[in-house]
Ligand binder design. Structure first.
Ligand code: SF4
Length: 257
């Protein structure tokens, strides 16, 4: 993909959503760190549900240590891998207290030294909490980068490096959020919503999904009409969401010209 296309894609995403944010709810770098740690193999919605009550009781490393592993485990019991995550939360808080004065460190090495914190989590914290240029490549970003051609790569590290190299400078700080939102709501894993996609004309994916295939015969037409009736509401909701996240095709094209 050439630079002109990449610039046009990010310009459309910025037009549609000038100030993209993570969907995790947090009030401090510490809460963000814990939420990202808890979000491995869990949805942001499930993490937010659990952390609402957790952070009301403990919003600092010291308070989390007072709550203890058992208390943390109780609050996050609805999230996958909660036993291991509760252990990691407590160990992380011990290190934050003993080595970082109760603060979240602002550099990669120290972050990655925390239990349960890998490169992706460190990148999210550096980018979202401390506004540093870092690209946390999750499954959504990996898929969107490869399908569109923005930054194709065989593994997450290759995609991360290519994104840092190829995303135009002015979009680097927020690129992570636009890519995630696009992957989560439009360029979804199974059947990407190409007909609702605001960057369809710029995307280089060779297997774009198309609108419904032609229906043959009266029976098939009746079946389709019935299906459309029941899914109309859902489709409208999806289109609204897709427009919100990525802009409409017509709006996007206009913006790029
Ligand atoms: S056109 Fe389809 S494959 Fe390309 S980014 Fe949009 S939804 Fe994804």
């Amino acid at each position: 993909m050439n630079l002109k296309k990449r610039e046009a894609i990010f310009a459309r995403w910025r037009d549609a959503n000038p100030h993209p944010k993570t969907e995790l709810e947090y009030n401090s770098p510490f809460e963000l760190l814990i939420s990202v740690l808890l979000s491995a193999q869990a949805t942001d919605v499930s993490v937010n549900k659990a952390t609402k009550a957790l952070y009301a009781k403990a919003s600092t490393p010291a308070q989390m240590l007072d709550l203890g592993e058992k208390g943390v485990r109780h609050h996050i019991r609805t999230i996958g891998l909660f036993n291991t995550k509760a252990k990691n939360v407590i160990k992380t808080c011990q290190i934050l207290e003993s080595q970082h004065g109760g603060q979240v460190p602002q550099h990669r090495e120290a972050l990655e030294a925390l239990p349960g914190v890998g490169r992706k989590t460190a990148n999210v914290v550096l980018n979202t909490a401390f506004r540093q240029i870092a690209m946390a490549v999750d499954t959504h970003i990996f898929r969107v980068s490869n399908r569109t051609g923005i930054a194709p790569g065989k593994d997450v590290l290759e995609v991360e490096k290519k994104l840092l190299k190829f995303v135009p400078q002015e979009y680097l700080l927020d690129a992570h959020h636009w890519l995630i939102l696009h992957g989560r709501y439009v360029c979804v894993a199974r059947t990407p919503k190409c007909t609702d996609c605001g960057i369809e004309d710029l995307c280089e994916y060779k297997q774009k999904s198309t609108a419904d295939k032609p229906v043959r015969g009266k029976k098939a037409m009746a079946k389709k009409a019935s299906r459309n009736k029941t899914t109309d509401k859902k489709t409208t909701m999806n289109k609204t969401l897709a427009k919100k996240v990525s802009g409409t095709q017509s709006k996007g094209r206009k913006a790029a010209t």
